[in-house]
Design a protein around this ligand. Structure first.
Ligand SMILES: Nc1nc2c(c(=O)[nH]1)N[C@H]1C(S)=C(S)[C@@H](COP(=O)(O)O)O[C@H]1N2
Ligand SMILES: [Mo]
Length: 389
């Protein structure tokens, strides 16, 4: 036997066995669902960077996105800061009585909360050329986030009268910063160190990120190093959305409206033949919990209530389902949802009307602001499913 053809030493083999199957569990070899980078930019680009990585929504079951498949939103490419938790510090300062620096251990000494929330990137726009739901909607994901309520930390530092905004900053240059009103910071934000029962993944901001429930993804600062209380809006790298010249577009930024999408049957999938199917999808809203989801199987002429297939948490994905008999003819499937404050998911035509555009505006240009339009899927008579936006 030559050296290279020798079987691996027993130790190496059992080490691998221990790693793959026991020490840290891996999914079945039959499960192959993966994230993919957005198609709009070549990844990796000439600098070796990958931008905005899409979650395979078509393969998910239930309400929680597994951490390994959580979408990745980044303007800085695939470089994930490598932060040793022992060196980690969070500074809270500005218009406060006692500026404080917290270590990770300090943060863990506070009472924790665990809440299920979606995070969705403002770049989540469905385009006619997108083939699958991963491409049309893959920049949203939902996890259980564990950490310290931000109001608790703000109380600890003593926010001064007159402070009206906060600026949150990530560890990579000043670019990871975003600012929002202090009322939101005092409400339901979480300084999170946990994701789905374990430490936050590096791609999601290890060791600590901010979770700003219902707001556009960019405010959920990853690798969080600083929160500053200030008395005015601060223009940061990430705040371009709020100085738009069109006040209607500006009004549709910050908080996500009600949004839903059918994930089965969805673009690129194939129905083997006529018969009974379970239409399945996800609904969520930045305005609170989802109250109702309706499904249309005739291009929006008639609607039927779907069932919620899980608990509808505030600002969280909830799965919906509906029994459906496909007769074999061509049809268009779509869903729309209503949230706890009564907001209804709009159609592409509603959106065009709101912006005084022609009804087919969406075919060439996506809507300004955060896009939550109804997504139609066309089932062809051969069972193939296509984007019908
Ligand atoms: N520090 C830092 N935080 C960041 C970003 C970033 O590039 N750097 N990207 C933001 C954007 S654009 C989005 S959509 C969300 C995505 O969160 P995720 O990667 O955990 O899905 O993180 C936000 N937080
Ligand atoms: Mo984003």
């Amino acid at each position: 036997m030559t050296a290279s053809s020798q079987p691996p030493a027993p130790d190496a083999a059992s080490d691998k066995h221990l790693k793959d199957l026991i020490a840290y569990g891996e999914r079945s070899k039959y499960v192959t669902s993966i994230r993919v980078p957005v198609a709009e930019r070549t990844s990796p680009d000439e600098f070796g960077m990958t931008f905005h990585v899409l979650c395979p929504l078509q393969d998910l079951v239930g309400n929680i996105t597994p951490s390994s498949l959580h979408f990745i939103g980044t303007h800085r490419g695939s470089i994930v800061p490598d932060i040793d938790p022992r060196d980690y510090r969070l500074l809270i300062h500005g218009m406060v009585d006692r500026p404080l620096e917290f270590t990770l251990e300090d943060l863990k000494r506070f009472p924790s909360v665990s809440r299920v929330h979606f995070i969705e990137c403002a770049g989540n726009h469905a385009k006619p050329e997108h083939k699958t739901v991963q491409q049309t909607h893959g920049l949203t994901s939902c996890a259980e986030w564990t950490g310290v309520p931000l109001p608790l930390l703000l109380k600890e530092v003593g926010v001064q009268k007159g402070a009206s905004w906060v600026v949150a900053e990530g560890s990579e240059e000043v670019k990871g910063a975003g600012s929002f009103r202090i009322a939101k910071a005092m409400d339901d934000c979480i300084v999170a160190y946990g994701q789905n029962g374990e430490p936050i993944r590096p791609q999601q901001g290890y060791p600590v990120r901010l979770v700003v429930p219902g707001y556009e993804g960019i405010y959920n600062t990853k690798w969080l190093r600083r929160i500053k209380a200030v008395d005015r809006f601060y223009m940061t790298y990430n705040d371009y959305g709020h100085i738009q010249s069109d006040p209607k577009a500006a009004a549709l930024s910050f908080q996500w409206g009600p949004k839903s999408v059918i994930t089965f049957p969805s673009g690129g999938q194939h129905l083997p033949g006529p018969g009974f199917y379970e239409i399945s999808g996800l609904a969520w809203s930045g305005g609170g919990a989802i109250r109702r989801v309706e499904v249309s199987c005739d291009g929006g002429q008639t609607w039927k209530d779907a069932e919620l297939r899980g608990e509808a948490h505030r600002m969280a994905h909830v799965r919906f389902g509906m029994d459906w008999k496909w007769t074999g003819g061509e049809c268009v499937l779509q869903s729309r949802c209503i949230d706890e404050i009564g907001q209804v998911q709009p159609s592409t035509a509603d959106f065009a009307k709101f912006f005084n555009k022609p009804p087919d505006y969406y075919k060439t240009r996506h809507v300004p602001g955060l896009d939550n339009v109804i997504q139609p899927w066309r089932v062809a008579s051969d069972g193939s499913v296509h984007n019908a936006i």
